[in-house]
Design a protein around this ligand. Sequence first.
Ligand code: G1P
Length: 286
Amino acid sequence: MHIRKAVITAAGWGTRFLPATKSQPKEMLPLLGKPIIQYSVEEAVACGVELVVIVTALGKRSMEDHFDRAFELEHFLEQHGKGKLAEEIRRVSNMVDICYVRQKEQLGLGHAVLTAKNVVGSEPFILFLPDDIFPDGATTLKKMMDICARYESSVLAVKEVPEEVVDRYGVIKPRKVEPRLYQAMELVEKPDREEAPSRLAIMGRYVLTPDIFRALELTRPGRGQEIQLTDGLQRLAHERTVYAYEFEGERYDAGTLKTWLETTIALALRDPELGPGLREYLGKLL
Ligand code: G1P
């Protein structure tokens, strides 16, 4: 199935990174050489998406500038013999059509997704939570798009996590359908550890059918007094099957200072240019 649109939610305050995020969006913090949000945009492009909808908020305009043309900078780089860099800067602005919708109040992830309703319209779409970095995300999403096409239903990415961290995620109660594919019988946002229905946690990639919008409109504030996407999906699961795909491969979390640091190190170690030197440097420190 060809999915034309992707939504990336990037409207949060970034409180977990303050004061670093006082006057810059957390999505613009670097992960190696590029800002966090660029990973999701590139993944959307690799999935064949034609329009990326970024949900943004007050004070986060530097994201828009990042994906815009920068003629003066390109000209400067070319004049100074840095044509390759100029080309890379141009590539970032030409990757895909992007439009921006503003979430005017911080009412939760479910509410952020709802602000994209009119731009998405009545077609399935991919949802990216940009804090979650999937080095092999396009492969995972292509499998999820196939499942969505086969069953005409929403599909979430899930991964088994240790019991100690299950309360940080949306968690599903699974019913096995085939290897790596489950029906989500119940979905709970950040359950207490003793009450978690399983250790299968929702990670930040979703292929959603447009009826999620109606479900979200009917969803009342839940955990943290916020309108939770997981609660919207739970409502949807009462009406029709919602699937969860247990993906293979890594997923990193760039959403807290500690995990951002870990992600930076993990990605740098995988990088052919940075990896060997960093390994040697870390060896010296330890
Ligand atoms: C969000 C979702 C949660 C999901 C998680 C994945 O939580 O609400 O269901 O498991 O992303 O990273 P957040 O990390 O924004 O608190």
